[in-house]
Design a protein around this ligand. Structure first.
Ligand code: FNR
Length: 343
């Protein structure tokens, strides 16, 4: 199968497999305030991701690159939307474009339509420090995401089977990249121990990329009509992964909350659980595919407006205030955190 076909396959199956509602955010409830003493006008939604400042607390997470015209159009539309709303945006894995220059235009377009925005490069943890630098230079990236995708590789018959040395390579990339390094999961979440090891490796931010949204085990199985089920329900739900991660980070590294963020309330809950910003991927791709660029703009406008209203209702003026907003954790998330010793 050609690389272009594989990229389109991922998009199509991500759209048809859809988003589950197993991210854990339904277990999180904000404590309502009838006297918030706040005004929508005074709300400051600006966020920090490691050393970077951004005006939106929501970023567009890595999706796709390579794969010809269709993915180029998707990247162009997503990046234009990111520019309009002051959102950071990550490109999809650039390894294909490092190996074959003909693949570069669909990544470069992200910088072309968004010359001043914050853009993240993206490679897997098999990348060397030299490849990381090439990926950064290709799109004049402000930071680089290194993604971890053990489960997706295991589920693919032709996928990697050797995951040794990833942390050592990440340390090398941190030393030589020249821009902040963000390590991200791809929908299976991170536990406390992983976050501590990445923090000690010196990364600037950790995107826990939790379970409950796009599911790469289901996508890879659906692509092949395979009945391999071991990993279809595998992973740490985003809500508890953010709670574990931010506890382990103890304020020394930014935790980013992503994986199944479907709306402004999920995004706000991610921040109340300790994230510095919230990332969305699959849901924005389906809005773009179903409703076009205008639909995406309208969705993002509403998302930001509602986010502001949520902050106002809670009497929180800044994202730091929102990180400390009172929440009640119930159900399976409460159980998870109690079992894991977070009480
Ligand atoms: C992804 N994701 C992804 N992540 C990454 O680091 N590099 C990549 O190349 C890709 N490619 C990709 C393609 C498509 C079509 C989708 C939907 C997703 C994973 C993505 O960044 C994110 O971690 C997960 O999708 C979970 O977030 P959502 O989709 O539940 O918001």
């Amino acid at each position: 199968m050609s690389r272009a076909k594989r990229k389109l396959d991922h998009i199509n199956h991500a759209l048809s497999t859809g988003q589950s509602r197993e991210n854990g955010f339904d277990d999180i409830t904000f404590v309502h305030k009838s006297l918030p003493d706040s005004s929508v006008e005074d709300i400051d939604m600006s966020a920090r991701i490691g050393e970077l400042s951004i005006s939106s607390p929501i970023y567009i997470n890595a999706m796709t690159g390579g794969g010809g015209k269709k993915t180029q159009q998707i990247n162009e539309a997503l990046s234009a939307a990111a520019a309009s709303f002051g959102m950071a945006i990550a490109v999809g894995s650039q390894m294909a474009a490092i190996r074959d220059k003909a693949e570069q235009p669909s990544y470069k377009v992200v910088r072309k339509v968004n010359p001043k925005g914050i853009i993240f490069a993206n490679l897997g943890s098999e990348a060397t420090a030299d490849q990381a630098k090439q990926a950064i230079d290709m799109i004049e990236a402000d930071a680089i995401q290194i993604h971890l995708n053990v489960i997706q590789e295991l589920v693919m018959p032709e996928g990697d089977r050797d995951f040794t040395g990833a942390l050592t390579r990440i340390e090398q990339i941190v030393r030589h990249a020249g821009v902040p390094v963000i390590v991200k999961e791809t929908g299976f979440g991170m536990d406390r121990d992983t976050v501590i090891r990445l923090k000690n490796a010196g990364v600037s931010a950790i995107d826990i990329g939790g379970y409950g949204g796009t599911n790469f085990s289901k996508i890879e199985n659906a692509r092949r009509n395979r009945a391999l089920h071991a990993f279809n329900g595998w992973g740490i739900p985003s809500a508890v992964s953010i709670a574990e991660g931010s506890n382990a980070a103890s304020g020394e590294v930014s935790i980013l909350g992503s994986g199944g963020i479907q709306d402004s309330l999920d995004a706000a809950k991610a921040i109340a659980l300790g994230a510095s910003a919230s990332g969305m991927a699959g849901i924005l791709l389906s809005v773009l595919t179903e409703h076009g660029e205008e639909g995406l703009h309208e969705e993002l406008r509403l998302l930001h407006e509602e986010f502001k209203w949520i902050m106002c209702a809670l009497g929180t003026k800044t994202l730091q205030d929102l990180q400390n907003a009172p929440i009640v954790i119930s159900g399976a998330s409460h159980h998870w955190l109690a079992e894991r010793g977070f009480e």
